[in-house]
Design a protein around this ligand. Sequence first.
Ligand SMILES: Cc1ncc(COP(=O)(O)O)c(C=O)c1O
Length: 391
Amino acid sequence: MRRLGRERSRRLIVCRWARRAIFDNAAYNSIMAFKHRSVVDSIPAYKQGKSAPKGANRRAFKLSSNENPYPPLPSVQKAIKDHALDCINRYPDMGGWKVVERLAKDYGVDSENVVLGCGSTEVITQLVNLLAGPGDEVVYPWRSFEAYPIIVSGSGAASVQISNRLDGGHDFDAMIAAINDKTRLIIVNNPNNPTSVSVRDDEARRLMEAVPSDVIVLFDEAYVHFNTDPETSVAMRLYREYPNIVIAHTFSKAYGLAGLRIGFGIGPSEVIADMRKLSLPFGVTQSAQIAALASLEADAELQERVQALIEERDRIVTALDAQGWQFPRPYANFFWLPLGAKTADAAARFTDEGLSVRVFEGEGIRISIGEVEANTKVIETCKKVKDDGIV
Ligand SMILES: Cc1ncc(COP(=O)(O)O)c(C=O)c1O
């Protein structure tokens, strides 16, 4: 007994030493040189959307990350409260099979065609790491989702960024012209982040006809639930016609589970099996799986919330049209103001009004559809930007 007690207090002392050891961190950090892949030095760090601006005696809103302003549905909160706490001492089901089976049923595919990831960001990472490496190329529109260049550089492959058309849509002619023997993946982002422009069905089909059948095309449809464009391409429809399509969807946007990190990919079984090998082991937590299943059960209520956000988007578009703004029709839960050189001046106004928006220096501002009060403030701020002659 006494020996056990001594052993325990020795362990405690070691732990405390490790925590309290005093040494010169600044000196330690400044001398650390290490052998590594030089490609990482050129990877831009991901910039997270800013929080709502602090200060001033007014309500502030975060409209910088295309999040859902609504809290999870009561049934989803209940499922998390009732079931998620019991299992956090255990690893999650690594394949997330219950969610996979449910998604397979909903989408009319087999379980072998579905893979989960910690958000669709991880799904896209699995796919890029499977397909591309040093010497290979990945073609995608630009500007688009900020994670694409990070993921592609991380794989060692080269990004071939195709500038968007002036209307903010993908330039499919240029994307097709960029395909060569080194091309391993082509990414389509519908609707595109940050321009919110939808990809038309005929454009997507033209691309699919031009791509060799052994080159995969990824349709990243993170915002698909908000896409009301009657002419839009629907990746699930194309999936049934072409053998080389992978689709990435997420629970982060319409389902409002961004903080839990769960997304999924649908694709040919051979591709999905290899993506699963490259997935982060145990990356999708049990809480995320529980919330995703509960969300799929509550689809009708979630659709109501999506509809409310679409109506808010329409309200903003109507107001901005009346104010004389020129901007692309938005089909996601955000819209894009192509402000070019005026971007910084306009952005300052939004911050002054307590609105954090996503600023792309010299290009434009992306604004998420938020709470009704936030959207009203956005409309008012846009009017001020116009009235003050900034645009
Ligand atoms: C176009 C696009 N794809 C994918 C994602 C990834 O979302 P998540 O990793 O939260 O599923 C985002 C997130 O903002 C996005 O804008």
